[in-house]
Design a protein around this ligand. Sequence first.
Ligand SMILES: NC(=O)c1ccc[n+]([C@@H]2O[C@H](COP(=O)([O-])OP(=O)(O)OC[C@H]3O[C@@H](n4cnc5c(N)ncnc54)[C@H](OP(=O)(O)O)[C@@H]3O)[C@@H](O)[C@H]2O)c1
Length: 387
Amino acid sequence: MTSSEINNFDTRLLKIALNIARRGIGLTGPNPSVGCVITYGQTIIGRGCTSINGRPHAEIVAMEQAKRHYLYQTSEKKEKINVYTTLEPCAHDDTTPSCAKELIKFGADRVIFLLKDPDERTQGKGANILKSAGIDCINAKIFKEEMLDIVGGYLKRKKENKPFVSLKIASSINGKIGTIKGESKWISGDLSRKKVQLIRSNHDAILVGKKTVLRDNPRLNLREEYQNIPQKFVFILDANLSIPYSKKLKIIKFNQKEKIYVFTKKNCDKAKINQIRKLGLNPIQIGKKKGKLDISEILLKIGSLGINKLLVEGGSSIWTSFIKEAFFDEIIIFWGNNILNGTAMPTFNDFLPVNTRIKTFPRLKLKYIKNWVDDIEAVWQPTTQET
Ligand SMILES: NC(=O)c1ccc[n+]([C@@H]2O[C@H](COP(=O)([O-])OP(=O)(O)OC[C@H]3O[C@@H](n4cnc5c(N)ncnc54)[C@H](OP(=O)(O)O)[C@@H]3O)[C@@H](O)[C@H]2O)c1
């Protein structure tokens, strides 16, 4: 439904701003990806997306472009300057003045945004600064679902101090993720694996369990057309530091060492901790819950590092721990076109007692489905998602 204060043209321009914001998903560091469009009357004179790692903000990028446009430079101002931005302009001065103050200097007549910024430094203050300067500032409150797709991770971290969590799984037709010997390359096809690169690029960090590292020695990096994107943070769950950490480990070889974090139990062997520190990795000691590293504590730690979206890439034990405590926001499954033995590795281990009735097991909402040649990609979400 459209807000009464905005017209069809405004709605169209907000949609363009949304599409621009999509370009920055996973690239803007702890900041949300924002899209901004500026018009002089009905002519677009500036566009901007939040820059890599978060600064400059989208509004600044769009204003810089607009300032070079001949319509902005004309001495006689005949039309209004409208600013369409997906998030409320910020109110806090950093190394540069806030976007709200810059928009006033720029000469904006109307500012329309989609969502109030939950950042405590802005939270309505950006809109108030603009209104106090006599600018017509409107919170359109539309495209809520689209906004959730773009800034869902940022909103969740601001609310719960934890990242948005996606579990990413490749399984056979019969729900197996590897043979009994632990072979899982490749259950899904080439196109599915290409899509996984895009999914990685849309997240800020990847998490894996100890046995996946030991058995698969995965690279977990961005490759091919994504190789120029800054590499993601990598988190490894290894309570006793049983992985032989060395430069030969592909995760270390193909990622920035300072972005690799290893979660271990408290009181872990000091010599082992020092050894991984020497390699340039970051050990973090975490408490245990029911014999396993406490996922809630891990997520709070990951949130405190400014990670908005976390991709959990396996294996079964790790996904099961996330499922058991409902610590996930979506499950992305790629079904390859193969059928493995019944004794092969299951996607999830048991997480409820064996006599649990079907009605008690989690049921999810199907959000997206697509086929990649003979594979199927499906995304499910818990039924209680909200902004
Ligand atoms: N098809 C796919 O999409 C896919 C993706 C990834 C992996 N895989 C396959 O999955 C297999 C590995 O799966 P897996 O289940 O054996 O091992 P895993 O999930 O990779 O790792 C499990 C280990 O992680 C450590 N861990 C630390 N905290 C944990 C927690 N809270 N919950 C669970 N584990 C925790 C535990 O060892 P400590 O207690 O010693 O820390 C545990 O034994 C590999 O063969 C791999 O090929 C398939």
